[in-house]
Design a binder for this molecule. Structure first.
Ligand code: BGC
Length: 796
């Protein structure tokens, strides 16, 4: 029998939900969202109601609003940006002999929805009996095309089951769809109420187009639909378009055993500059292309695209089917978030929901891009190109702050800083080093010199300038970076955050290397030899605080002298702490929201000895409460490295299942891209031991006792590599392309087409570690038996 956890059936290549649960719609609309990185459609039912939170998004299309401050301060950003629910083309309503198909009425004798990771479609089958006893079977399938970026399509079929029936189908484009907003900020709520101003509406035959402008940001968008209708005879159809609605109505008598089939093609486009006719033409052209390809053609293209992706990116996990499913679910959604963004951001929630206002954070570069770099590098490049397009805004921000170079925003859609909270916003300057780290990783993994010359070197040198102006040499010559916030948001505006300083050190050195590699670009940006020498000097002199007494690195200077948090008095209801305790208290105590120093152990692992890693991990593990979904994956990676494989397994599962189990109780607002990326990271960097320090690829594979086998694939400088991990040995081979130099547990190896099997050395007994009371991850063994139990309820 198929296992069901948290509503989903456990299956390796799909996510299926059987039965109708209105309350669960909110979260399943996020998990069933389809996207290609440009268009995002939440998994709302075709008939639009019942619904959780409707959502159709266009990457980069936002409304602007004033940011609210109780007290103003110099340098506070003034304008906020919010993703908006654009014209909804998913809506297809059905009337069966006058009665609207509505899952809240009548009886759904059969209902299931399935997101298929290989076909890239969301399908639904519903058998419904109307309140007066008419039975129909509705089968729908939809896709957002990976190959035709502006296109989505829906196949809608209805079949009378007992009698000949009159069916009426209404297919809509609906703008300014009313939605309940979660925001407590009235200005954001006002900006989101009817944000679209109609500019053009037209319809002809089965086709319609609506053009709108966002009221304040002025961005313009167009949505268009066209239909192919297949039915035996007797069809009546009417189309009309008004400001916020275009509707095709189809009425037909369908005999029992026959069916009405409608294929709806949708096209979307937006622009800050293009005129109404130009945008209209753009979407009409995209529609023509989609119609010419046809439904079957779109399906075939979609599958081919996904076949290629899985051939390079798949992760096989034997011994835990739910983890296998969650890992592929994660990879599928990461692909959806980044595949066709093409110089747009990858928001923290992708295009699956309105959470975080649709903003992109460091989540992209630090968590999502490592996955994309090794699985679909072009998508990583495009996301970095987006950062590059925002350099002017980052330079302006640096000027405003009295700094040099580029200060990238903490959160943004357009590239302008949108955080109204300094301590955990602009104060988290590490975002600029995170971006440069992603550039360095991408360049090492691809040798993409075009990107280096067009974007990479410029990003590196402008961020190096930021660090050299943000830090200073103290009286002892040390280079200090004071008053910044590291990844842990329960500490703020601290001096010499180890993570930030180590990342800045890398950034400075990478910039010096890049300008030496590309002297003409250096000259174009007036980088002199003296400036490069200053960068290297600052990097060499970087202050990395160390607590000799405790034998650990303080997260930031003085951290290990702070008072301890009173964990013993905290009950599960006190978490997340930020909702129950004042920030000033969190800031002055040793309590950690998310991996910070431990993230440094991962990303800057070559700056620590194995003993330092083990001691640091034990110290921070006891103080990390994981109030952020960005923590578990990093803890998994370092748990695995320091010999805690069972703990790593629990953390990997937590990261991978964050959304499917709704661990943070907010999946309704969209999926957590960083955590989805953590599923891959925990497995590949954790159990696989992948590191890429200095552009060199190393592995240190180890299998946790709960699993029988892991196999993953990576894309490296055009070669496709596979790593298989068994209990006592690991096998490497190149599936396609040139041979690759790696290390296996420290031993250099050249891998080629011929598989190489190497033994896995035994571990020494690790230092014991523990978490704050009640904050251990769900024990996976227990969880698998008691499906449905969240982390806080699980006995330790
Ligand atoms: C985390 C940040 C993260 C943001 C968006 C916050 O809760 O602390 O590190 O960037 O969420 O995911």
């Amino acid at each position: 029998m198929t296992e069901v956890t948290h509503g989903y059936e456990t299956s390796p290549w799909e996510l299926r939900w059987r039965g109708m649960d209105v309350d669960a719609l909110q979260r399943s609309e996020s998990t069933f969202a389809l996207s290609n990185g440009h268009i995002g459609l939440r998994g709302t039912l075709e008939e639009a109601e019942p619904r959780g939170l409707p959502g159709t998004y266009l990457n980069g299309f936002y409304e602007q609003h004033e940011l609210a401050y109780a007290e103003t301060g110099y340098g506070n950003p003034e304008a906020g940006e919010t993703v908006i629910n654009v014209t909804d083309g998913k809506i297809i309503r059905l009337l069966v002999e006058d009665e609207p198909l509505d899952m809240r009425y009548g009886a759904a004798t059969k209902h299931n929805r399935v997101l298929d990771f290989r076909s890239g479609t969301l399908a639904r089958t519903t058998e419904w009996t109307s309140p007066t006893g008419r039975r129909v079977r509705v089968h729908t399938e939809r896709l957002v095309s990976f190959t035709q970026r502006a296109v989505a399509a829906i196949r809608y079929e209805v079949e009378p089951l007992d009698d000949d029936l009159q069916l009426v189908v209404q297919s809509d484009l609906l703008a300014n769809e009313p939605i309940e907003s979660d925001t407590s900020d009235p200005r954001v709520a006002a900006a989101l109420e009817s944000p679209l101003v109609s500019e053009f509406a037209a319809s002809t035959d089965y086709q319609a187009v609506l053009v709108h402008r966002a009221r304040t940001s002025g961005l313009r968008m167009a949505a268009a639909m066209d239909h192919k209708i297949e039915v035996n005879d007797g069809l009546r159809a009417r189309i009309h378009a008004e400001d916020d609605l275009a509707r095709l109505t189809v009425a037909v008598d369908v005999p029992k055993g026959q069916r009405l089939r409608i294929t709806k093609f949708l096209a979307y486009g937006w622009s800050a500059q293009r005129s109404i006719p130009a945008l209209r033409a753009q979407v009409e052209a995209a529609l023509a292309g989609a119609r010419q390809t046809g439904w079957k053609g779109l399906l075939a293209e979609q599958r081919k695209f996904l076949d290629e992706f899985w051939a390079t990116a798949d992760v096989e996990i034997d011994g835990d089917l739910e983890l296998q499913q969650a890992t592929r679910f994660a990879l599928f959604h990461l692909l959806q978030a980044g595949a066709r963004g093409e110089s747009r951001a990858i928001p923290g929630k992708g295009l699956t929901g309105p959470g975080y206002d649709g903003h992109a954070f460091w989540d992209t570069e630090t968590f999502v891009l490592p996955v994309l770099t090794y699985t679909i590098p072009d998508a990583a490049r495009d996301a970095l190109r987006w950062r590059h397009t925002t350099l002017d805004k980052a330079r302006e921000r640096a000027v405003q702050l009295g700094l040099k170079g580029a200060a990238f925003p903490w959160r943004s859609i357009s590239g302008a800083e949108c955080s109204a909270y300094w301590p955990a916003g602009t104060g988290a300057f590490h975002v600029s080093a995170d971006i440069s780290d992603a550039v360095v990783r991408y360049l090492a993994a691809t040798s993409d010199t075009d990107f280096d010359r067009e974007c990479g070197t410029e990003i590196l040198l402008e961020t190096a300038r930021l660090w050299s102006s943000l830090g200073h040499h103290d009286a002892h010559g040390g280079f200090r970076i004071d008053g910044v916030t590291g990844p842990d948001e329960y500490s703020a505006v601290a001096d010499n955050n180890v993570y930030t300083n180590l990342m800045a050190q890398r950034n400075l050195r990478a910039a010096a290397d890049a300008t030496e590699r590309n002297p003409d670009i250096a000259a174009r940006f007036d980088v002199t030899a003296a400036e490069t020498a200053d960068w290297r000097k600052a990097a060499d002199a970087m202050v990395i605080p160390y607590d000799e007494e405790l034998g650990v690195h303080p997260q930031s200077e003085g951290f290990t002298r702070h008072a301890e948090w009173d964990y013993a008095s905290c009950t599960p209801g006190h978490y997340p702490l930020l909702l129950n305790f004042p920030y000033f208290d969190l800031y002055r105590k040793q309590v950690i929201k998310q991996a910070d120093l431990v993230l440094a152990l991962h990303l800057c692992g070559d700056s620590f000895t194995a003993e330092e890693k083990a001691r640091n991990f034990a110290y921070y593990e006891a103080r990390t409460v994981r109030d952020s979904s960005l923590s578990a994956a990093t803890q998994a990676v370092i748990a695995a490295e320091t010999g805690h494989l069972d703990l790593a397994y629990d953390y990997v599962a937590e990261a991978a299942l964050t959304d499917l189990h709704d661990v943070h109780n907010n999946v309704r607002n969209g999926l957590h891209m960083a955590s989805l990326a953590g599923a891959w990271m925990g497995t590949v960097a954790g159990f696989g031991g992948l590191r890429d320090h200095g552009g060199k690829l190393s592995f240190a594979p180890r299998l946790p006792s709960q699993l029988d086998r892991i196999a993953f694939r990576l894309c490296l400088r055009g070669s496709r590599v596979e790593v298989e991990i068994l209990d006592l040995e690991a096998t490497y081979r190149v599936l396609e392309g040139r041979s690759v130099e790696i290390t296996h547990h420290g031993e250099p190896v050249t891998i080629g087409e011929e598989p190489i099997t190497l033994p896995i050395p035994a571990f020494e007994t690790p230092l014991p570690v523990h978490q704050p009371p009640g904050r251990a991850p769900v024990r996976r063994g227990t969880a698998r038996i008691q499906a449905g139990v969240g982390p806080d309820q699980t006995p330790e």
